[in-house]
Design a protein around this ligand. Structure first.
Ligand code: SF4
Length: 293
């Protein structure tokens, strides 16, 4: 049986960058706390914990003093930086540069929008760390749109500046923009594009994976998808593989593989989410090769 590891699977640039920053600080012998899981993958968190990384919650962060805390790729709202300043906490900045730029853009837009009674709308997942960081740029005034049902929370007779969390789906985002335009028309706005600004803020590092994985999954008899169970990106991308190849299996570790999945098959593809480390994909690939099928 032919076995292929997908070369494009593995961490996105932002997560890769954050892990590298954490490793460098740990190698310097520093005591490093990570505010929240650095990546949604238990195996990688375990590896970094063995190097000394201590993951903390936001509650634990509030009571820490005189130490160094790493901000992960998703970023944080301004209050986190204020708390750090108050408690003499040194920040190890590992926010993804793309997210940092987006935060700055939202802040600038929000300041301008206030002058014209406009609103900043953010399409994203409720409770997601990146979304909290983005809404934080608007002093909490930005309106979270998690689906079509939330659009009515905005006043569609006034200017709207629409942004998206970086990892949302492109077609869903386009649909939200379309529904806002429709809602504006219903509110008597004849030319919605005069009032609506749609900012293209979806990150290609994630959205480009989908068409690629669809092709990869279609080109193999069996797909072994490697991801942490907590990763929403993992669940989504696994669904994409499964939709084109029903012989797709979700695993978090090589030991979960059942050799009977490969009976009568001539090719297997190993791939994963943007939160799956490349070394783990390699481990799974080797494991299947060693089955000697
Ligand atoms: S998905 Fe894109 S924006 Fe988000 S952390 Fe990864 S590289 Fe950065």
């Amino acid at each position: 049986m032919q076995v292929d590891a997908d070369k494009e699977s593995g961490f996105c640039f932002g997560v890769q960058n954050a892990v590298k920053i954490a490793e460098e600080a740990l190698l310097r012998g520093e005591k490093v706390y990570s505010l929240g899981d650095i990546v949604h993958n238990e195996r990688e968190i375990g590896r970094l914990a063995s190097l000394g990384l201590i993951t903390i919650t936001h509650d634990q962060f509030s009571s820490l003093k005189n130490c160094r805390v790493l901000i992960r790729a998703h970023g944080e709202p301004p209050e986190t930086y204020l708390t750090a300043e108050r408690n003499n906490i040194g920040i190890i900045e590992a926010t993804c540069p793309i997210v940092r730029k987006l935060q700055a853009r939202i802040r600038k837009t929000w300041i301008r929008a206030r002058e014209e009674s406009g609103q900043v709308l953010i399409y994203g997942k409720p409770g997601h760390a990146e979304v909290k960081g983005l809404i934080g740029q608007t002093n909490g005034e930005g309106i979270l749109i998690s689906g079509p049902g939330d659009i009515s929370r905005a006043d569609l007779s006034k200017p709207v500046y629409l942004f998206s969390q970086t990892t949302m789906g492109r077609s869903d985002y386009r649909n939200i923009a379309r529904l806002i335009r429709e809602g504006m028309r219903e509110n008597g706005v004849t030319d919605p594009d005069r009032l609506l600004t749609v900012n293209n803020t979806i990150c290609g590092q994630v959205s480009n994976r989908e068409p690629h994985l669809r092709e990869f999954a279609a080109n193999h008899d069996v797909i072994i998808f490697v991801s942490g169970r907590e990763s929403s990106n993992g669940r989504h991308l696994f669904g994409v593989c499964r939709s084109v190849n029903p012989n797709s299996y979700f695993i978090s570790s090589p030991e979960e593989i059942d050799a009977s999945w490969f009976i009568g098959k001539s090719s297997a593809g190993v791939c994963g989410a943007t939160s799956t480390p490349k070394w783990l994909i390699g481990e799974v690939y080797e494991y299947i090769l060693n089955l000697g099928l």
